[in-house]
Design a protein around this ligand. Structure first.
Ligand SMILES: [Ca+2]
Ligand SMILES: [Ca+2]
Length: 293
């Protein structure tokens, strides 16, 4: 054991270096007040539009169900997804499936905001190919066929490829598509190995003239614009979208152990709004301190 003076916690409490007037209770309370108020304001400003943790009877088709216990209309799409073990599983019919929540034509244009789609994804370790995947994203269309073609990753489906979307692939890759033709990000094979749960998020800002996209895996932001500075992808032509979608390409051997859970579409505070509320909080704390002094 080092002598106690080397311990940073004890150092912080060393009243010779940090006299009581500096580490005052008032200061500590103020720091907590700012952190707490900022946390509350962020939570208050995020609005959940769809949330589904799929607490349904095993074997129930996801199609035509309403989110349980959350919010939203009802899922439409292919009969290829069932609720099993309180999560979305791929049925054995066909390999590709699709369900979507219809937000209505023009919704994301008429209600400019910062939209985030997120979900927890788990792929069975029997998966090993890039064409096996689960993905979530914003799409222009929906697919009602039982064996819907592999979408989101496909170059064959202009209206079903996510604009944008994020996919976890069977070979351990994460891919972010911003249109049928363009993949903004793709990780190395094996970076996100099967057998773990990954929280994926794709964020679309429709308040801007040129919409921007951010993407995250387990709170790590992905670099969507390559060597250019920053991490955001920016559209030169904004996509036409109306659905919040789930899609996959999972064959029957891999379907049992692979699932999607906790689907959510929410609006989140714009960075500029956050800065403003932080500044106003600082002002509030300053006034409060003046009064207390
Ligand atoms: Ca669940
Ligand atoms: Ca970059």
């Amino acid at each position: 054991m080092e002598k106690s003076g080397a311990n940073p916690v004890l150092l912080a409490l060393d009243k010779k270096r940090y006299p009581p007037t500096i580490i005052s209770m008032k200061k500590i309370i103020n720091v907590f007040a700012v952190s707490f108020a900022l946390f509350v304001s962020q939570s208050a400003m995020a609005t959940v539009i769809i949330f589904d943790d799929f607490t349904g009877t095993d074997g129930t088709l996801v199609r035509n169900t309403t989110p349980d216990p959350g919010t939203g209309n009802s899922w439409s799409g292919s009969p290829g997804y069932t609720i099993t073990g309180n999560a979305v599983h791929s049925a054995t019919t066909g390999s590709g499936h699709f369900v979507a929540m219809d937000m209505g034509a023009g919704y994301f244009v008429d209600n400019p905001d910062v939209y985030e789609i997120s979900a927890d994804l788990f792929l069975s370790s029997t998966m090993n190919t890039p064409t096996d995947f689960f993905s979530v994203g914003f799409t222009a269309g929906n697919n009602t066929s039982a064996g819907a073609n592999r979408t989101h990753l496909s170059t064959n489906h202009a209206t079903l490829t996510g604009s944008p979307s994020i996919a976890l692939r069977g070979n351990g890759q994460v891919a972010v598509k911003v249109s049928q033709a363009e993949t903004a990000y793709i990780s190395s094979t094996g970076d996100y190995a099967a057998g773990s749960t990954y929280n994926v998020r794709v964020v679309l800002d429709t308040t801007l003239t040129n919409w921007s996209v951010a993407a995250f895996v387990d709170n790590t932001q992905l670099d969507l614009n390559g060597v250019a500075s920053g991490l955001l992808y920016e559209y030169t032509t904004n996509p036409t979208i109306r659905y919040a979608s789930i899609s996959s390409g999972i064959d029957s051997t891999d379907s049992a152990g692979s699932y999607l859970d906790n689907f959510q579409l929410q609006t989140i505070p714009e960075p500029s709004t956050l800065v403003l509320s932080f500044l106003s909080l600082l002002g509030f704390v300053a006034v409060r301190r003046k009064r207390l002094a």
